[in-house]
Design a protein around this ligand. Sequence first.
Ligand code: KIV
Ligand code: ZN
Length: 518
Amino acid sequence: MSKEKLIIFDTTLRDGEQSPGAAMTAEEKLRIAKALERMKVDIIEAGFPVSSEGDFAAVQGIARTIKDSVICGLARANKLDIDKAGEALKDANASRIHTFIATSPLHMREKLFMEPDEVVEQAVKSVKLARQYTDNIEFSPEDAGRSELDFLCRIIEQVIDAGATTINIPDTVGYNLPEQYGNTIRQLIERVPNSDKAIFSTHCHNDLGLAVANSLAGVMNGARQVECSVNGLGERAGNAALEEIVMAVRTRQDLFSCDVSVDSTQIMTCSKLVSSITGFAIQPNKAIVGANAFAHESGIHQDGVLKSRETYEIMLAEDVGLSSNKIVLGKLSGRSAFKNRLEALGVELDGEQELNSAFRKFKDLADKKSEIFDEDIHAILSDFQVTEAVNEVVELVSLKASSETGEVPEASITLVYDGTEQSASATGGGPVDAVFTAIESIVSSTANLKLYSVNNVTEGTDSLGEVTVRLELGGRVVNGLGADTDIVKASAKAYVNALNKLLVPSEKIHPREALDGV
Ligand code: KIV
Ligand code: ZN
């Protein structure tokens, strides 16, 4: 018997971008959208078009490029937001407008200053307005997790009558427990008279670490769409992690009466892309995508797996895109072996020129490091796409840094800035600190360093170091990335990359600010 479809609605580019510090440029959002499309995600929530001209352009760009996934834009329940979303989505192959208004007594009283009747009226009006742009309309009663069931039934019945085709039930502050959330979904489906005319959806936040459990409880009780994000990115503690939802439903098909159509082998590539663009590292013990998720350390487990894989493994590493043979390439590997490996990892580059540049980076690395792992290839690609994509205002020419026992660390740097080559030297607490000070003595950006992190891509001291630098200036936050076997050089590249994003004028403000006071 064929199963019902469970729709995967990805909100990495909208709710995910609302994570503090997870700033993305329009080009980066498009790169993630392409990876989500390759993963066959059903719906991509591309952004919140009214929040800034930059986000409008990002949603528009995604709507014009992505063909196989439905593109969704978020809008508060008002005319300005809905018109902006409709306009941004105009050229999409298939579009959805997602409109929302708060329904909990607390939000209506303290935030909206509206009576319940006014909220219903506003919601109905907004859904009707949104229908002028598309017949695919999602409505969310914000803070549904703390709303009264009778009121939810009332507003949902009316928005379905007005033309909403998906009803999303956000546990906005991650307050619900699984049984309670599942019960809410079941009761809504049972009690709303026209509930058969809409698909019910989950949207769970992870404040109590229950986002995935709550979402799955919703599915067990009749929800047929899950809103989730890659690596669980999202406001505060985040959203339900897409990779966990997909693999839970796939692995426990004995318990679910529905199935997803996502290509799970793309999970790893997508997860690494989102992590490197946002600068949010993945904890090693993170389910599905953490470095240890498929590792067996104890002798008993290793012995068991060797005798029969199922003794300690419930999923195949290959099913999430991890290769079983981890040493993949080396110094003697040619361009076609490299290209084959990219294809196996589900990575698509834009034409021969991009492939040639990536291959050159691979060869450079192979000269320094004898064994090239999949993780190295992912890091090369992030580093290469970062430097290829950004309009360079600042360019790193050369760097010298010294650290000696009993001496103050020192660095000298040469950059091209403002079209001219300029050099500077500085001292610091360590060589990286000295490099950053030297760069700033040329550029004088006055930016605040919000995050500096180094991640060893593979084991061993010859590993590539992947560095993230987060800078903030006047409320704008950018993430810079650099990868190199020399971590001082990787740090300089990451700092320069962040400056290149910061020094390009942008209309994009953080979507959280646009939501402030709403
Ligand atoms: O968490 C939430 O309530 C949201 C809505 C905008 C759906 O993200
Ligand atoms: Zn949310």
